[in-house]
Design a protein around this ligand. Sequence first.
Ligand code: CP
Ligand code: NVA
Length: 334
Amino acid sequence: MDLKGRHFLKLLDYTPEEILYLVDVAADLKEKKKKGVPVDVLRGKNIALIFEKTSTRTRCAFEVAAHDLGMGTTYLDPVASQIGKKESIADTARVLGRMFEGIEYRGFGQDIVEEIAKYAGVPVWNGLTNEFHPTQMLADLLTIKEHFGRLSGIRLTYLGDARYNTGNSLMVVCAKMGMHFTACTNRKYYPDEALVKTCQEIAAKTGGSIHLTEDVNEGASGADVVCTDVWVSMGEPAEIWEERLRDLSPYQVNAKVMALADKGAVFMHCLPAFHDHNTGIGKEIGERYGMAELEVTDEVFESAQSLVFEEAENRMHTIKAVMLTTLGGVVEDT
Ligand code: CP
Ligand code: NVA
């Protein structure tokens, strides 16, 4: 499998075999990291990390992974670069492509990361756009595979805002990997119809399925993996909270939802999560609307079924696999 020179913009661009290969390379890199085996095979290379939205996991994962691979990193924060303000996306991409061997972009429209990829001349990796969050998906797949020993046939139910990056991407990846995806939410938050259709066509070939429902009993029953995400994403206006709480509160992941799921079910969340009042926004919104927790209860978040921190760790190993393979690094036994 040769992914050298490829961009990593969305998983629709990758075959199931390529996705599985990336997950398996990540598992191998994880094992090497645990054993202290160095993999600094990309020594001398440098990458740029453009973040037009904030981040904890994605930025740290890219930086640690790059350093483990022997590479240097330059971080451009949401205000420090000229991108889009004094310099066009195309010009920025052409400048950075002359200095760096790879570019990560986190920001707004998918069209922006696609445009950077068109002009950069080096591999470009999507670190989250409004539409997709592909590196998160590899971490989720690795976590599911580690836990269940397989991907094919796994029933994954996503509750909450299913028409944004995480919901869209989970639907795509389930279709690709022969998994059964259910979006369980208010129909206002169903994923885009065209994307649903595309995913149904993919699922028809892989043995997976795509199902949308507003009924929590139907959506959560028998799920192996229960997933959610924040109800208001980065870049959305604060005024939207009231409407979101009204629409999405019935889809909170709580003990009742987990009881409907399979008895061996796990809980996953890309994080950050509002599961208590220990965050500025969680406290403010929680107090204003009288909610102790938002998209997931603290009980579920802290339960033995919760894999959220394994999932967060796996961001680093999977991002390392993406950079290693697309930059053409060779590691023995992968
Ligand atoms: N899950 C995720 O992308 O987290 P960050 O926003 O902290 O990068
Ligand atoms: N949907 C969330 C994901 C955060 C990792 C957001 O875009 O803010």
